[in-house]
Design a protein around this ligand. Structure first.
Ligand code: DC
Length: 503
């Protein structure tokens, strides 16, 4: 992505501050400028590394190539109106407001033709507020809606989409009306329901409230004024979903009043099934070569009915392509170009090992050869290649419950996953690799491999995987560590399943 010259973030709170942190970390702009209402916010944002410089004056948006309005939703249009006189032709404005129809209509009415606006809404955040709650990984693995209307400039939309993808979010482009309909159901209604849950409980009983109550009312802590503005902006859609909600509450009340045990069970079961089906679970299995990741991940995925994603196979596949195309493995520029032009996907079949497709072709056998194993590092160490692989891995996994194995799954690809780190002694890993090579047809290509040689190869790979600058293999703090040296595959799978049910 081409670097922006100056990005200005108006409103350096939780969302604005988090954007600043990741934009600066990823060096996506020469300067990240912040505008806030209070001097203290600017000072804090600079101290935390969310912005380079800041100001209290909107006129300081001057010279910005991109302006991200991160104010409360009720102030987006006014803010935009105020900055227009200071913008030059070609400037690009986006926002992060939680409603889109009214904002888009109003902005498109007042915006000069030479300035572009692309409405946005990252589905990320928390009930916490302010720049102090900002996090660099707030958008990792999140979804951001971008709005396309008849007036949207396609080049501008593309730029904003790229920015969100760079900061770690997936992007879905929809109309403002669709957006407001969706968020009324999945965000605005739950907030109102949480408020009702809290407000209708007798104060005197609150001291007995336990985890269930806390879990279901956490979002009642969100900012009242922000929520008010959302209710006012998205009045029609919220009224529609509230009507459905109230009707359902009445159904529940009637079933309970009648003592209809079948009907009550049916409703609870229906909700449970619906929620289990929709709630996506990602299990990350990282660890060094030979720790048992592949077989454990496959068995675990089969047991849970999840998809299995072998990210190592992807790095192997691009290595195979580079060798086949005769690319010098030290020629970074050619490797990167080749990778950008490569399509990797998997053919998933229920209860079967997925087949990797390199530019549409099944290369499963070829990528397991020892030659590939020993050359992967040339490509796996390049940041540009890793970036593309991570995008592909997230895309392939979209909407799926998945067990993903690799080296950087928990640390980079899916930081929100349930994480495991499998390990084993070097002797045990060597033995496992030896057995694997013997059973894998063609893997050795006539090569004689001794245990010593295999051990040496594994040690070299361990060193390369854990010492590379980008996304090295490491044990992240919240990963559950399992030493598999003395354990059978079944035992490891069982341990993981136990951890999943107790955590
Ligand atoms: O898991 P594997 O042995 O098939 O992986 C092959 C190589 O790919 C491994 O040596 C390191 C690299 N790899 C990586 O860098 N990141 C991943 N997520 C997976 C594998």
């Amino acid at each position: 992505m081409k670097k922006f010259n100056k990005i200005t973030i108006i409103g350096t709170g939780l969302i604005g501050g988090s954007l600043g942190l990741v934009i600066k970390k990823k060096k996506l702009a020469r300067q990240v400028f912040g505008i806030a209402k209070h001097e203290r916010t600017i000072e804090e944002a600079i101290k935390l590394g969310a912005i380079d410089k800041g100001s209290l004056k909107l006129k300081d948006v001057r010279e910005s190539e991109l302006i991200i309005i991160c104010t409360p939703v009720g102030e987006v249009v006014q803010t935009l109106q105020k900055i227009i006189p200071f913008l030059r032709a070609g400037s690009l404005i986006t926002d992060v407001g939680s409603t889109k129809k009214k904002i888009t209509q109003e902005i498109e009415r007042i915006l000069p033709r030479e300035i572009h606006f692309v409405g946005g809404h990252p589905l990320a955040g928390s009930e916490k507020r302010g720049v102090r709650a900002a996090r660099r990984d707030l958008f990792a693995n999140s979804l951001t809606f971008l709005i396309k209307s008849k007036k949207t400039d396609i080049a501008a939309l593309k730029k904003v989409k790229q920015l969100w993808e760079e900061v770690g979010s997936r992007v879905k482009i929809i109309s403002a009306a669709q957006h407001d309909k969706i968020v009324a159901e999945i965000s605005h209604l739950p907030h109102i329901a949480a408020v009702s849950l809290v407000n209708c409980v007798s104060e005197k009983y609150l001291k007995y409230a336990a985890k269930g109550w806390k879990d279901s009312t956490r979002i009642a802590l969100s900012d009242a004024l922000l929520r008010r503005d959302i209710c006012i902006d998205n009045k029609e859609e919220i009224s529609r979903v509230l009507k459905g909600f109230i009707e359902h509450l009445i159904i529940m009340r009637d079933l309970i009043q009648k003592g209809d045990s079948q009907g009550i069970t049916k409703e609870f079961k229906k909700a449970r099934q619906k929620k289990l089906k929709k709630e996506r679970i990602v299990i990350a299995i990282d660890g060094p070569a030979g720790a048992g990741k592949s077989v454990v991940s496959q068995k675990l995925a089969a047991k849970l009915g999840f998809y299995y994603l072998d990210t190592g196979a992807m790095y192997r596949a691009i290595t195979l392509k580079a060798i086949k195309e005769g690319i010098d493995l030290r020629d970074k520029a050619r490797l990167i170009k080749m990778c950008q032009e490569t399509e990797i996907d998997f053919r998933f079949k229920k209860a079967k090992k997925p087949v990797l497709l390199l530019d549409g072709k099944d290369v499963e056998k070829e990528i397991r050869k020892e030659e590939i194993t020993n050359k992967v590092f040339y490509l796996a160490k390049l940041p540009e290649i890793r970036k593309r692989m991570v995008i592909l891995q997230r895309k392939i996994s979209e909407g799926k419950d998945i067990v993903a194995e690799g080296r950087d799954i928990g640390s980079v690809v899916f930081p929100q996953a349930k994480k495991f780190y499998l390990d084993a002694s070097i002797e045990e890993r060597t033995k496992r690799r030896y057995k694997q090579l013997l059973t894998q047809s063609g893997a050795l290509q006539g090569e004689e491999l001794s245990l010593e040689k295999i051990e040496q190869n594994i040690k070299i790979r361990d060193k390369k995987d854990s010492e590379r600058k980008v996304a090295p293999l490491k044990r992240v703090k919240d990963a559950i560590y399992i030493d598999t040296t003395e354990m059978s595959i079944q035992e490891v799978v069982k341990r993981i399943l136990e951890c999943l049910t107790t955590n």
